[in-house]
Write a protein that binds this ligand. Sequence first.
Ligand SMILES: Nc1ncnc2c1ncn2[C@@H]1O[C@H](COP(=O)(O)OP(=O)(O)O)[C@@H](O)[C@H]1O
Ligand SMILES: [Mg+2]
Length: 285
Amino acid sequence: MSTALPHDGDRYEDAGSTAPLVTARGLGRDHTLRRERLTGPRPVRTALHEVDLDLAEGASLGVIGESGSGKTTLVRLLLGLDTPTRGTVTVDGRPVRRGRGADLRWLRRQTGIVFQDPYASLDPRMDVGRIVAEPLHALGLAGGAGSDAGSAGEADAVARVLTAVGLEPDMVDRYPHEFSGGQRQRIALARALVHRPRLLVGDEPLSALDVTVRAQILDLLQGLRAELGLTLVLVSHDIGVVAHLCDQVLVLKDGRAVESGATAEVLAHPRAGYTRDLLAAVPRL
Ligand SMILES: Nc1ncnc2c1ncn2[C@@H]1O[C@H](COP(=O)(O)OP(=O)(O)O)[C@@H](O)[C@H]1O
Ligand SMILES: [Mg+2]
């Protein structure tokens, strides 16, 4: 695998600093639902209660919990893809705030995300080259005014990241339908990493894959994480995946953090009954 992704001059600006890369304080999200009757207050569903989080650069956090426990809500809030009802998020010491006039390009620059469904997440009308290069364009890092890499730089960046995720650079002219689920997830990973983010977030990125492919992508993630020094937040209902890849774990239940800590510690001595149930429900590796 190649590590020669495009150089990012300010990547190590804060090297030596011990400030966490990601923090959350009292982070919460409510959804106002439709009324069941014609009158009266609209009911509120709390997707996330007050969650606190500190994630150091290079750390890897697994977020586990059953369906509906608030995992996707949490990662969307961390990435500024959703607006919290209460609490704050910072990335690299800067507040993540959405809203009128807010420009979150600085955050996009530092983050990449991979979703669960490799069939839904890639635009079928775009070839692989365009899909993977898209963040470079959105961030102003590819050809054109104000860029810091010409189109040769862009082609290079795409070829290198494709190689890094185990694909052939000459796949750029092909279309998503020509690829299997595992290969599509590699393409999605290439797109998430092409701009050299510091933080990679995966929302169940392995869940739609069959077992052998899952193991391959798991290995790939582990290799990339070490090689690129990535900070990782990985949502998974597969505790085996979290045990393999994450040194910290956060257990969510009904939108509340019921347990968190070092993965080895939590898996060996779960304190919350809910965590014990989660562990009991899966075959141990
Ligand atoms: N837009 C929304 N409107 C109403 N409820 C929502 C919305 N998004 C999420 N929820 C609710 O918030 C809770 C947490 O959802 P989610 O974060 O997607 O859970 P998970 O990813 O752990 O399955 C669930 O009860 C879900 O139904
Ligand atoms: Mg989810």
